[in-house]
Design a protein around this ligand. Structure first.
Ligand SMILES: [Cu+2]
Length: 170
């Protein structure tokens, strides 16, 4: 299911929301993840009033390998895993049905590449707040789990931009 984000219209968003709502229900009973993935350097880009979408970024490492099969957030009507890349001269975003996390390999979600797209924001994401995000994962044996994380909101990438490298200066 590859969707050209730019071309997508409201009806498509509604269909996706229904799909994602159904998926959330199906996963609701699953236990919390036991370190299927490690999350480092997570941040979400602050949004301004009226802005309906923003991105969240992080580095994911699955020690035994896993697949990111979905995301959700109470702050957004729809959350998707996106890929951004150049096609000719045009930067395009598309939704990915899943993202492979090869064993032991750090997979970076960053501006201009893979990212979590938060769509239909219910309120602006304020700088220095936290936004809850649920990662839906499938481990190497096919078992599904969820990982709830709290993602700091920032106007710019964290200083240094290195995963797991946390320097805060005020
Ligand atoms: Cu996107």
């Amino acid at each position: 299911m590859f969707i050209d984000f730019i071309a997508r219209k409201t009806s498509m968003q509604k269909a996706l929301m229904t799909l994602i709502a159904a998926a959330s229900l199906a996963l609701a009973a699953l236990p919390a993840s036991a370190q299927v993935v490690q999350v480092q350097g997570a941040w979400a880009r602050a949004s301004v009033p009226g802005q309906k979408a923003t991105g969240a970024f992080m580095t994911l490492t699955a020690p035994a390998g896993a697949t990111l099969v979905g995301v959700s957030s109470p702050a957004a009507g729809v959350a998707e895993v996106h890929e951004m890349k150049m096609e000719g001269d045009v930067m395009k975003m598309r939704a990915l049905p899943s993202l492979a996390l090869p064993a032991g390999q750090a997979v970076e979600l960053k501006p201009g590449g893979y990212h979590v797209m938060l769509l239909d924001l219910k309120a602006p994401l304020a700088k220095d707040s936290q936004v809850p995000l649920t990662l839906k994962l499938r481990d190497a044996k096919g078992a599904e789990s969820q990982l709830d994380i709290s993602v700091p909101v920032s106007a710019t990438p964290p200083a240094g931009g290195m995963a797991g490298h946390e320097h805060h200066k005020h």
